[in-house]
Design a protein around this ligand. Structure first.
Ligand code: GLU
Ligand code: MG
Length: 422
């Protein structure tokens, strides 16, 4: 059969899905400049396909321009089509950044943190998903048996990640039936978010080659534990020196880290609609599921919203400082990694700018539903400023209509719908 290699250029949009357009690989030199055509309303495609509501209508032209630094070209070696795509930026036709581009939003957050404190965030995404190529058995939690029965998926996925430029860290059978988890090495914020997108796509691509699926939906089944996306993060100065750890300070957190985390806690009610942005996200954020239910910062507690992670066998203070970091646990794969990480960084930068102290007393509860979270988001003038008016309006409208369209479904129906898509 004759074949010609194709390339895809993509964004990871408000729905957290990766969308764009393809073209013959030989056209790549020209496409590196002009990208592929896009519209404002393309940002408003619901997880289920239709554009339900849009401030942009049918008017306007944009382009997704590939970032040459984020090229994935993976040959699975099985005769299937080469997985060749770029992640890119949504730009105006004159080449300037579009105010609603998810990667541009993250760049702005990074700049805000730099301006507030001369700091950068280093992050690594830990992601959970179901692999459908294995049947669940009692006793599978973290089991070698489950690890074995996923067969060659783990090896293919790991090889694909490495070929895609993402450095794999761990791969394991998680707590739930058919549930697996992958962690990758930390990177500066924008690269970390790119790698989170690529990690999901490589899991889906490897599973697809094997005739199966990787399902990242936050809650694939109302009876089982959810799939979290945890953001491991630490602060470094402009020279890359870790500055999160400070012995003798509260929770051994440096002053900037305390303010940063206080900012995240402060804005958490509003940003929850960005980091846990789907109706099913709130079926994950329930008690006894290793997921957070209150807005807290705790040392070494996997039920916390923000968890100070342990350090392991750190023989020197420098090694301890290098390992010391915090995990943001209130996010999931319905969120675009760009938007979720932006929200955390903007919130943290605001905490530093305002010198917010760590809260004391009983921690407030996380929102219990998407509509409740959206009310909190819509009421935040600060978050509206981070977005800008057009982007904020688009985001809130997108999510409100998503909540409305699915409002009548039972938990089981809701979980099934999202498991089909994510
Ligand atoms: N599955 C849990 C979640 O939804 C996380 C389990 C863990 O890795 O601690 O976040
Ligand atoms: Mg896990």
């Amino acid at each position: 059969m004759i074949r010609e290699e194709l390339v895809f250029v993509a964004t990871c949009d408000i729905s957290g899905l990766v969308r764009g357009k393809g073209f013959p690989a030989r056209e790549l030199p020209a496409r590196l400049n002009k990208g592929v055509g896009w519209t404002g309303s393309n940002l408003m495609m619901s997880p289920f396909g239709p554009i339900w509501d849009t401030p942009f209508g049918t008017a306007g032209d944009f382009m997704i321009v590939p970032d040459p630094a984020v090229e994935v070209r993976v040959d699975f070696g099985d005769g299937s089509a080469i997985e060749h795509f770029f992640l890119g930026d949504i730009r105006n036709t004159d080449g300037s950044a579009w105010e609603c581009c998810p990667r541009e939003f993250l760049r702005r957050a990074v700049r805000q943190l730099d301006e507030a404190a001369g700091l950068r965030l280093v992050a690594a995404f830990e992601q959970e998903f179901l692999y459908t190529g294995i049947s669940g058995r009692p006793g599978d939690a973290y089991a070698l048996g489950a690890f074995r029965r996923q067969d060659s998926f783990g090896e293919t996925f790991t090889a694909a990640l490495r070929a895609a430029g993402v450095v794999p860290d761990t791969f394991l059978a998680e707590y739930g039936p058919r549930q697996f988890e992958v962690t990758v090495m930390p990177q500066p914020a924008l690269t970390a978010a790119d790698h989170a997108v690529i990690t999901r796509e490589m899991a889906r691509a490897a599973a697809h080659r094997l005739g199966h699926r990787a399902i990242f939906s936050p809650k694939p089944d109302p009876e089982l534990v959810g799939n979290g996306v945890h953001i491991h993060m630490s602060l470094v100065d402009r020279a890359g020196v870790p500055v999160t750890h400070a012995p003798g300070e509260p929770m051994e957190l440096s002053r900037p880290a305390q303010h940063f985390l206080a900012g995240v806690l402060h804005h958490m009610p509003a940003i929850c609609a960005i980091t846990a942005p789907s109706p099913v996200s709130y079926h994950r954020l329930v008690p006894n599921a290793w997921a957070p239910t209150v807005i807290d910062l705790v040392r070494q507690d996997r039920g916390a919203c923000l968890r100070i992670c342990p350090t392991f066998a750190a023989a020197t203070p420098a090694e301890l400082t290098r390992q010391f970091h915090v995990e943001f646990r209130s996010s999931d794969a319905a969120a675009s990694p760009y938007l979720a990480l932006s929200a955390v960084i903007f919130a943290g930068a605001d905490g530093i700018r305002r010198g917010l102290p760590l809260p004391t007393g009983t921690p407030p509860e996380l929102p219990h539903s998407l509509p409740e979270a959206l009310d909190r988001l819509a009421a935040s003038e600060t978050v509206a400023q981070w977005f800008g008016l057009t982007h904020f309006d688009a985001y809130v409208r997108f999510k409100r209509v998503e909540a409305e369209k699915l409002a009548g479904l039972s938990p089981a129906e809701l979980c099934a719908r999202y498991a089909e898509v994510y």
